[in-house]
Design a protein around this ligand. Structure first.
Ligand SMILES: [Zn+2]
Ligand SMILES: [Zn+2]
Length: 322
């Protein structure tokens, strides 16, 4: 395989003045470098995952690091043989991860950052609780051995789970982790805010742990937000934790249901994929809008009407009051 592309995953909590105007500037930078992917620009920082030619990605990282606001951005870099996205979206949003915790500023106080190696050494200690702050569809396909997982559909629901966690684990050392580290910045800060005293976070998340610590004791696959759907992390003692949605045999083959109205993200084994023609249920198999199954379980979103300049042509609000 010719790995001439890179896939970047990164975030940076930093105050951005005039973030909506900066969005335009950042969008132009991505167009200049032919990057594809999704970036959120907010008053509290940047959150992105993009793909592009290796040299373009290197230039992008260089340009961000040269900006004092983003000098400490930590990039997770995965080599790839192609783009991992089909579109470019650079959006302005009030938060870089929707948490409903805008008042929590990780730049003021957050959990202690652990390197992958430090996390590995601490995670099995007796007084330690390893806490997965991701959502159901993510931890169901892969998680750390013995991790506490939360029954949440979205990170916004995390704050609602904290009372429950307090009852059980208040006096323990809490080690939080997520995909790339961004959710942990807020989650661990919020735990401190709620009275937990010993809070740590896996810096760079599961992705960096896979790259730098071999991924030991991460069971299953890591769900990601690009065309790959889920990636291998563990090169030391890999296992499969999920089962086929149709026949219940062990499978970590993540697919989207071929019925676009359902589009459920679930593991379906190769055999059932063929048998069900890519659908998650008989009902979905017979659905009039069912997409043709090509054996991957991944469906390109329609490019019809997509415009890489989208975002520039939004209507500017008028300040004139009559
Ligand atoms: Zn099956
Ligand atoms: Zn379905």
């Amino acid at each position: 395989m010719n790995k001439s592309y890179s896939i970047l995953l990164y975030y940076c909590y930093a105050q951005i003045e005039n973030a909506e105007a900066y969005r335009d500037e950042h969008h132009l930078l991505c167009l200049e470098l032919n990057l594809l992917g999704r970036i959120i620009v907010s008053d509290e920082g940047l959150n992105g995952t993009v793909s592009g030619l290796k040299e373009d990605c290197n230039e992008y990282m260089r340009r961000l690091h040269a900006d004092p606001r983003f000098a400490k951005t930590d990039f997770k870099v995965d080599p790839s043989d192609a783009h991992a996205f089909t579109k470019l979206h650079v959006r302005y949003k009030p938060e870089i991860v929707h948490s409903g915790l805008r008042h929590i500023d990780p730049n003021l106080r957050t959990g202690v950052h652990l390197s992958p190696q430090e996390f590995k050494e601490l995670k099995d200690k007796e007084d330690v609780v390893v806490l997965d702050v991701r959502s159901d569809y993510e931890h169901s396909v892969g998680r750390f051995k013995n991790a506490v997982t939360l029954d949440i559909e979205n990170f916004r629901e995390f704050p609602d789970k904290v009372d429950e966690l307090k009852e059980k684990y208040k006096d323990k050392k809490i080690l939080t982790y997520c995909t790339g580290g961004i959710k942990c910045e807020k989650a661990s800060a919020f735990l401190l805010d709620q009275g937990f005293e010993n809070v740590y976070q896996l810096h760079g998340g599961i992705i960096k742990y896979g790259m730098e610590a071999g991924g030991e004791d991460f069971e299953g696959k890591c769900y990601v937000f690009d065309n790959r759907v889920a990636v291998d992390v563990n090169k030391v003692n890999p296992t499969i934790v999920s089962t086929c949605h149709v026949c219940s045999t062990k499978s970590d083959r993540m697919v989207n249901c071929a019925n676009p109205v359902c589009n459920l993200h679930v593991p379906i084994c190769e055999e059932c994929g063929v048998k069900m023609d890519g659908a998650c249920s008989d009902e979905c198999k017979e659905h009039p809008e069912k997409r043709p199954y090509d054996g991957t379980g991944y469906y390109q979103k329609e490019l019809n009407g997509y415009n890489p300049l989208k975002g520039f042509n939004r209507k500017k609000k008028s300040n004139v009051n009559v």
